[in-house]
Design a protein around this ligand. Structure first.
Ligand code: AP5
Ligand code: ZN
Length: 217
C-alpha cells in the first residue's frame, strides 16, 4: 500500500506510523526524521534545514522534494510506503503525484488524524525523543520510558526537540492550518481521504486506523 499520513504537529503521526508500517510491512518514511538524522550527522542538507525547523517554518520544497524522492526510490519502498510529514503543501502533493504517475503508481489512501488543539499542545509539551533516532518517541505522562531520560529501544539519551518550545509550536500549528490543511481538500477531490479520531490510547488509534485502511483497500 502507498499511504500518506496527515495531521497537526503532535497528533501522533510518528507514533502511529511505527505500528502501521510494521503491521502493513511497508517502510515508514518521515521527512522530519530524515531532516533530524541529517542535522545530527552534520550534513549540508541538515545545516540548510535546521534554521527553518527551529523557526517552525517549512524547509523549502527544492530541498524537501528531492530528499523525499530519493528515499522513496530505495529498494525497500518498491512495493509501498507510509509517508509521514510529506507532502506538507499542495506543491509537494503535486510533485508526489507527478513522480508516482511516471512510475505508473498511485496512492491508496490519505489517513487524516484528527485531534483537538489543546490535546496536541499537551502531547508536544511532554514529548521526549531519542538523540540517536528521533523515531523513538516517548511522553513523560502518556508513555514514559522505563528509565527516566533513557530510550527503551536503544539506550540513547531522551531530550525535548528544539522545535517543541511553546513559541515554535504555535508557529508550526499556524503553518499546518495555512499550508498543510489544503492538501486534505486536494486529496479529497481524488477520493483518497479517510479521517479518524486520534484521541484515546495509542493501540485504540492504531486499531481505528487499520480498520479504516482495510475498508479502503
Ligand atoms: P515533523 O517531524 O514532521 O513534525 P510534525 O509534523 O510537527 O509532527 P510531530 O513530529 O511534531 O508530531 P507527530 O504527529 O509525529 O506526533 P508524535 O507521534 O511524536 O517536522 C518537523 C519540522 O521538519 C517541520 O516543522 C518542518 O520544518 C520540517 N519538515 C518536515 N517535513 C517537511 C516537509 N515535507 N516540507 C517542509 N518541511 C518539512 O506524538 C506526539 C507526542 O504525543 C509523543 O510524546 C507521543 O508519545 C504522544 N502520543 C502519541 N499518541 C498518543 C496517544 N494516542 N495518547 C497519548 N499520547 C500520545
Ligand atoms: Zn532510541
Amino acid at each position: 500500500m502507498r499511504i500518506v499520513l496527515v495531521g497537526p504537529p503532535g497528533a501522533g503521526k510518528g507514533t502511529q506510523a511505527a505500528f502501521l508500517a510494521k503491521n502493513l510491512s511497508i517502510p515508514h518514511i518521515s521527512t522530519g526524521d530524515l531532516f533530524r538524522a541529517n542535522i545530527s550527522q552534520g550534513t549540508e542538507l541538515g545545516k540548510q534545514a535546521k534554521a527553518y525547523m527551529d523557526a517552525g517554518n517549512l524547509v523549502p520544497d527544492e530541498v524537501t522534494i528531492g530528499m523525499a524522492k530519493d528515499r522513496m526510490s530505495q529498494p525497500d519502498a518498491e512495493n509501498g510506503f507510509l509517508l509521514d510529514g510529506f507532502p506538507r503543501n499542495v506543491s509537494q502533493a503535486e510533485a508526489l503525484d507527478e513522480t508516482l504517475k511516471t512510475e505508473g503508481m498511485k496512492l491508496d489512501a490519505v489517513l487524516d488524524l484528527e485531534v483537538p488543539e489543546d490535546e496536541v499542545v499537551k502531547r508536544i509539551a511532554g514529548r521526549r525523543v531519542c538523540r540517536k533516532d528521533s523515531s523513538h518517541v516517548f511522553h513523560v505522562t502518556y508513555s514514559p520510558a522505563k528509565q527516566e531520560g533513557v530510550c527503551d529501544v536503544c539506550g540513547g539519551e531522551l531530550y525535548q526537540r528544539d522545535d517543541d518550545s511553546e513559541e515554535t509550536v504555535r508557529k508550526r500549528l499556524e503553518v499546518y492550518h495555512t499550508q498543510t490543511e489544503p492538501i486534505i481538500d486536494y486529496y479529497r477531490a481524488q477520493g483518497l481521504v479517510v479521517t479518524i479520531s486520534a484521541l484515546g490510547k495509542v493501540d485504540e488509534v492504531t486499531k481505528r486506523a487499520m480498520d479504516a485502511l482495510s475498508r479502503e483497500s
